[in-house]
Design a protein around this ligand. Structure first.
Ligand code: GLA
Length: 657
């Protein structure tokens, strides 16, 4: 079975609407809903007094309708009574302002009162619904990521720091506290980063984000363990959210959830949305080790900066199946029914304000039918990728700091661009995680790896990459990689520190470029954003800078190392140039496109014996199949070339004939 459904908030509606909901869910082929995510004030209206009657009734009704439930613990939004009774559990921001209720996520994960209340409500739900036949999954909390800088957090931060650094001198060294007289002579002097007169200590900020990730993980595992004590066989998950503000290292968290669940919202109205969908799906698959679930996305809008964009017909289907192609165990949405009020009253839904007589609901019905027919593909092996891009949350955090050589350094944009170039070059791509213990063992699956802005790297991870190249790997190192150790201390002797010897280069100074500057390299490559004065020491020069103070100096280099090759890009290539270069490296590494001759607008994903074809353009495309097949949705036999309508998609099961 593939999961198909979304956040369902019956507590926002009179009970007479519930029967309609279940009937419409059946019509759309909904298989699971996420229930009660923000229902704490309805479940526990006063401390210790529970009202489960309404939840019993809707759980039963859903079960009668054949719909499963991912039952949430509502701890992302404590009720007003809680915050008034426990003001010390409200979060405090970096300016020392204590926030108040009236929105959501108003809690401090280090506050004992909050943690105890969260465990209590989780236990109450665990006890009550342990045997309920609709219960398919536990959905703990919602999008962990809340930041707090209060005194309770300060205490917890110090405990975490003692654990990490052991000795205060070690911390002083790691944080370079000799700079600006910040040397600590007692643990109690250390604070979470709060408002300061001038730039904060970057190592302190970085450690705080690591701490917060661990602290929030502790809040999750505590609830998970409570739930497991009632239902050892029901999977427990929480929905990961990805954003620059989120201090959660999902690659690490993945080991603690039974199923990686991800929320994803593309932010581009044009074809960028499809590229982002592919990026998010590949990254989630990497976190999940193959299997994951799209827990929330918007059915009928794309949040572009400052404006909501309604999806064109077919886009809901292509996006949803795009995640499924990349290993998702279904497609879930925020949300089932669009609310009449509340802060997110215009966020889209499967049942919009207009009601079920609407394009989005009709498309959902068709999608539900397709997903039902694809049920047998749910356990297909995830897409195999021989190319990977590196992802490292701490490098992202470090590059969000102040005092960097350029204010517009953007880690996420760099990683997305590398993935996008491979997507456009029609190569199937995965992710590797240099911060994980298992990183060296993960490398064997790949023939090519790209490191965009891998700013922090351990000696161990760098050495593993060196061994992998010598054994035949093709490595592409982007600028701002290998610069610092995991504490954020610069690796001396020239950039890119950890990879200097492997690449056979030494960069002696940086020349960050204004965004409007174009740098033309002598082989026609179009670059910008960044430049470096690079000296080669064993590497061959592939392209030279042609203008400015760096004219005639190496910009792109290549070094053969044992059976492999290590490339260095000391500048930011534009999209077309990066696509060309990564396509060339991929071919050298023996990795071809998913399908030869694909038009620009057509995306192909190979998953086991399934070939997913998505036509993101407006014009029908005729595509050659690699062999006889059947349409996995309709069962229709397919021979030779197939036509995929503009905006349409087709899933061919290749081995079935
Ligand atoms: C995330 C959250 C939802 C909602 C949507 C809005 O998915 O989990 O509660 O806020 O974003 O886009």
């Amino acid at each position: 079975m593939l999961f198909f459904g979304g956040d369902y908030n019956p507590e926002q509606w009179p009970e007479k609407v519930w029967d309609d909901d279940v009937a419409l869910m059946r019509q759309a082929g909904i298989t699971m809903v996420s229930l009660g995510i923000f229902a704490w004030s309805h479940l526990e209206p006063r401390e210790g007094e529970y009202e489960f009657g309404w939840l019993d009734r809707i759980m039963d009704r859903l079960h009668d309708g054949g719909i499963r439930v991912a039952l949430a613990t509502p701890t992302a939004s404590p009720p007003p009574w809680f915050t008034l009774a426990h003001p010390s559990a409200l979060p405090v921001n970096a300016d020392g302002v204590r926030l108040t209720h009236g929105s959501r996520d108003t809690y401090c994960a280090s506050a004992p009162a909050y943690r105890a209340a969260a465990r209590r409500i989780a236990a109450a739900l665990g006890e009550r619904y342990a045997g309920h036949p609709a219960l398919a999954m536990w959905h703990v909390h919602n999008e962990y990521g809340t930041d707090c800088r209060c005194d309770l957090t300060a205490e917890a931060f110090r405990t975490w720091l003692r654990d990490r650094h052991g000795d205060l001198d070690v911390l002083n060294e790691a944080w370079t506290t000799a700079f600006w007289s910040q040397r600590y002579s007692d643990w109690s002097q250390i604070m979470p980063p709060r408002a300061t007169q001038y730039l904060p200590n970057p190592a302190q900020v970085l450690d705080f984000r690591r701490f917060l990730s661990d602290e929030l993980l502790g809040a999750f595992t505590e609830q998970r363990d409570v739930l497991r004590s009632f239902t050892p066989d029901i999977p427990v998950t929480t929905n990961f959210v990805q954003g620059g503000w989120v201090s959660v290292d999902h690659a690490r968290w993945a080991a603690e959830v039974d199923l990686v669940a991800v929320d994803h919202y593309p932010d581009s109205a044009g074809p960028g949305a499809e590229e982002e969908t592919a990026f998010a799906g590949d990254l989630a698959r990497g976190w999940g080790g193959g299997s994951w679930l799209l827990m929330e996305t918007a059915p009928n809008l794309i949040y572009t900066p400052g404006r909501m964009h309604a999806k064109e017909p077919g886009r809901l289907t292509r996006h949803s199946l795009g995640y499924v192609a990349r290993g998702s165990r279904g497609a879930m949405y925020f949300q089932w029914r669009q609310p009449r009020g509340g802060a997110e009253l215009f966020h889209s839904a499967l049942v919009p304000h207009a009601g079920a007589d609407s394009p989005v609901f009709r498309e959902a019905v068709g999608l539900g039918r397709a997903l039902k027919n694809l049920a047998t593909t749910a356990d297909a092996a995830p897409p195999a990728a021989r190319i990977a891009v590196a992802w490292d949350a701490p490098s992202w955090w470090a590059l969000q700091g102040a005092g960097l050589p350029a204010a517009d350094i953007d880690y996420l944009a760099a990683v997305r661009q590398a993935h996008r170039a491979l997507f456009r070059a029609k190569r199937q791509t995965g992710f590797v995680f240099p911060g994980l213990e298992s990183f060296p063992d993960s490398l064997g699956a790949y023939s090519m790896i790209v490191l965009p802005h891998l700013y922090l790297v351990s000696d161990r991870a760098a050495a593993a990459l060196g061994d992998w190249v010598a054994a035949g790997g093709h490595l592409v190192v982007g600028y701002l990689s290998g610069i610092a150790d995991p504490a954020g201390r610069i690796r001396l002797g020239g950039y890119p520190g950890a990879f200097r010897d492997l690449l056979g280069v030494r960069a002696v100074e940086w020349h960050p470029q204004p965004p409007e500057t174009t740098l033309l390299l002598d082989d026609g490559t179009v670059a910008g954003r960044w430049a470096e004065r690079v000296e080669t020491a064993g590497a061959a020069t592939v392209a030279l800078y042609t203008s400015g103070v760096l004219a005639g100096a190496p910009a792109i280099t290549r070094r053969e190392v044992g059976a492999g090759v290590a490339w260095y890009l000391s500048t930011g290539l534009d999209d077309d140039s990066l696509e060309r270069l990564l396509g060339t490296v991929a071919s050298e590494a023996g990795v071809g496109p998913v399908l030869e001759g694909l038009p620009r607008d057509v995306e192909a994903v190979r998953r086991d014996d399934l070939l997913y074809l998505f036509n993101h353009g407006p014009v029908a495309a005729s595509l050659p199949l690699p062999g006889p097949a059947v349409d996995a949705v309709t069962g229709r036999p397919l021979h030779g070339a197939v036509t995929v309508a503009g905006g349409g998609c087709l899933i061919a099961r290749l081995s079935a004939v």
